[in-house]
Design a binder for this molecule. Structure first.
Ligand code: NAD
Ligand code: 2HG
Length: 540
């Protein structure tokens, strides 16, 4: 059972799938205050929020249990994603579900601004009839500059075209071809300033976009420009905007988002219209975001399938079946390799060969890192914080990929090294047969990775195999399979056995007494695979 805290007002209809799922127990506290949240967060596996709650590092310090923060919406600027990543907590959002709502709100704001509807309404509320005071402007034949041509920017562009506006778009990822297909002109930020009658922003708040529309930008705009911000507070510098409105350079502005929400009383001007962060607030969008988030929570926790994580690579439900055996193989390769080390390795190198090299293998790499680090750090390591813990522990990491096959359709090799030693483990997935460990250092083998492997390094002389068999048999342990690999006849060789139960110290000591045996190691492997170390934290 997973416990879920819904700490914001989220559509009940959208949450239905989660509520009806037998594995999830949901508490809804939509108006929870930060102090209460801090006190109870450690009781939950999942936190679902909108933009009201700020998830800080300090809040996360109060939980060892939380594994997933789900943002019912797009912006994750109210979540300290870096702190969540360090703690191994997945952060997901629901991009796209509120795109139409935000694009329509932008248009509602633009029309209200052009026709001074809020001002006219307020005037009539005090029994005035001021027809000439509220003369507006048309959108028809005007130029609109859209900064940020992502999902919402594109929907705004389509609607602007329906109003027969000339559309200029700026986005670092907007290509000439894409602009042409959308029927708009690709422009620079300056061109948008020089030519636009309306400027609307649809970017996230980043270091680059913070105060993007500032005093110096407003010096370049066309006098009488109208500015709309339904993206994030702070992209339009609020003081510069008030100055622009006061001087008349800016004829009007519409803000749905603010540096501080709610904003202070100083953010007022007769030509400034405002809404309290309503861009995503439609019945339809709220149902959609909640439905998407519910499904994501279920998919991640029940099926290890990830779609919209901010701090994890995607692994869709569709390719889950293909990937799962590779995930398990990667983890087992790492577990074998790390058990050859007394001191931690300093360097991790991963080689992907064959068809697998053409795929996004990030999740496999993270699985190997997890397998290596959790040997010492136990279940504090997961796929989310794998890279962070790797850096924190000073290990270097490199990946090489080569689509050409080296004997197998797919081949994964992991090399761990430090100043004392270097170990390479290779594995593959054989069609219809399953996973195999096919290389240990310079030795070719063919071993099915099972829970108990016994590795023996010995001189390639007669009698060793018989001696090993009888020692293990004397200890009442059944041998499943036995594989030998040697570099040259009469030289050094290895033997890898699968055992039905783990060999105890007595077996290992007896084997070590055999003169021809140079090294003996019991390699314990996990069987079954999951992103997290579930048993330790799934509890109600
Ligand atoms: N007011 C609301 O309630 C509401 C609702 C939904 C989304 N939003 C906000 O709207 C914004 C856009 O959302 P979206 O779903 O379209 O996101 P998106 O990721 O689809 O698009 C954002 C676009 O901004 C572009 N961009 C990033 N940096 C840029 C820069 N420096 N200059 C120009 N373009 C830049 C990106 O390349 C991307 O194409 C986000 O900030 C989101 O949080 C607000
Ligand atoms: O939760 C909300 O209503 C705001 C959502 C919006 O700002 C977003 O980024 O998706």
């Amino acid at each position: 059972m997973y416990r879920v805290l819904v700490a914001d007002s989220i559509s009940d209809k959208g949450l239905r799938a989660l509520e009806e799922h037998p594995q999830f127990l949901i508490d809804k506290i939509p108006q929870i205050d930060p102090e209460e949240l801090k006190n109870i967060i450690n009781q939950y596996d999942v936190l679902i929020i909108r933009s009201r709650i700020t998830v800080t590092e300090e809040l996360l310090e109060n939980t060892q249990r939380l594994r997933l923060i789900a943002r019912a919406g797009v912006g994750v600027d109210n979540i300290d994603v870096a702190a969540a990543t360090r703690k191994g907590i997945i952060v997901v959002n629901s991009p796209g579900a509120n795109t139409i709502a935000a694009a329509e709100h932008t248009f509602a704001m633009m029309l209200a601004l052009a026709r001074k509807i809020p001002q006219a309404y307020s005037s009539m509320q005090v029994n005035r009839w001021e027809r000439s005071k509220f003369q507006g402007v048309e959108l028809f034949d005007k130029t609109i500059g859209i900064i940020g041509m992502g999902k919402i920017g594109i929907e705004v562009a389509k609607r602007a075209k329906a109003f027969q506006m000339t559309v200029l778009g700026y986005d670092p990822f907007l290509t000439e071809d894409r602009a042409k297909n959308l029927g708009i002109k690709k422009a620079t930020l300056d061109e948008i300033a020089f030519h636009s009658d309306f400027i609307t922003i649809h970017t996230p708040l980043t270091k680059e976009t913070n105060s993007l529309i500032d005093r110096s930008y407003l010096e370049k705009v066309k006098r009488g420009v109208r500015i709309i911000n339904c993206a994030r507070g702070g992209i339009v510098n609020e003081e510069a905007l008030l100055e622009g409105l006061e001087s008349g350079i800016v004829a009007g502005a519409a803000l749905d988002v603010f540096v501080q929400e709610p904003p202070g009383p100083e953010l007022k001007h007769p030509n400034l219209i405002v809404t309290p962060h309503l861009g995503a607030s439609t019945k339809e969008a709220q149902e959609k975001v909640a439905k998407e988030i519910s499904q994501e929570v279920i998919d991640i926790l029940e099926y290890d399938s990830i779609r919209n994580a901010i701090n994890m690579p995607d692994i869709s439900l569709e390719n889950q079946q293909t990937m799962k055996p590779y995930l398990q193989l990667s983890e087992q390769i790492a577990q074998i390799a790390i058990q050859f080390f007394k001191e931690a390795p300093e360097k991790i190198e991963v080689f992907y060969h064959g068809e697998i090299a053409d795929n996004d293998t990030e999740v496999l790499s993270r699985t190997m890192i997890k397998g290596i680090l959790s040997y010492h750090l136990s279940d504090t390591v997961n796929l989310v914080n794998a890279h962070h813990l790797l850096k924190e522990n000073g290990l270097s990491f490199a990946v090489q990929r080569n689509a050409s096959k080296i004997g197998f359709t797919n081949y994964i090799e992991l090399k761990l090294s430090n100043r004392q030693r270097s170990v390479s483990i290779g594995g593959t997935l054989l069609d219809g047969i399953g996973s195999r460990i096919v290389k240990i250092n310079e030795y070719q083998i063919d071993v099915r990775p099972e829970q108990n492997l016994l590795y023996i390094k010995h001189h390639d002389i007669p009698g060793v195999i018989g001696r090993v068999g009888s020692v293990i048999g004397d200890h009442q342990i059944n041998i499943g399979t036995m594989q030998v690999g040697r570099s040259e006849i009469g030289g050094e060789a290895i033997m890898v056995l699968t055992l039905d139960k783990a060999a105890d110290d007595g077996v290992l000591a007896a084997l070590k007494e055999t003169a021809a045996i140079k090294d003996v190691k019991l390699l314990g492997l996990s069987t079954g695979y999951s992103f997290f170390n579930k048993p330790s934290w799934v509890k109600v």
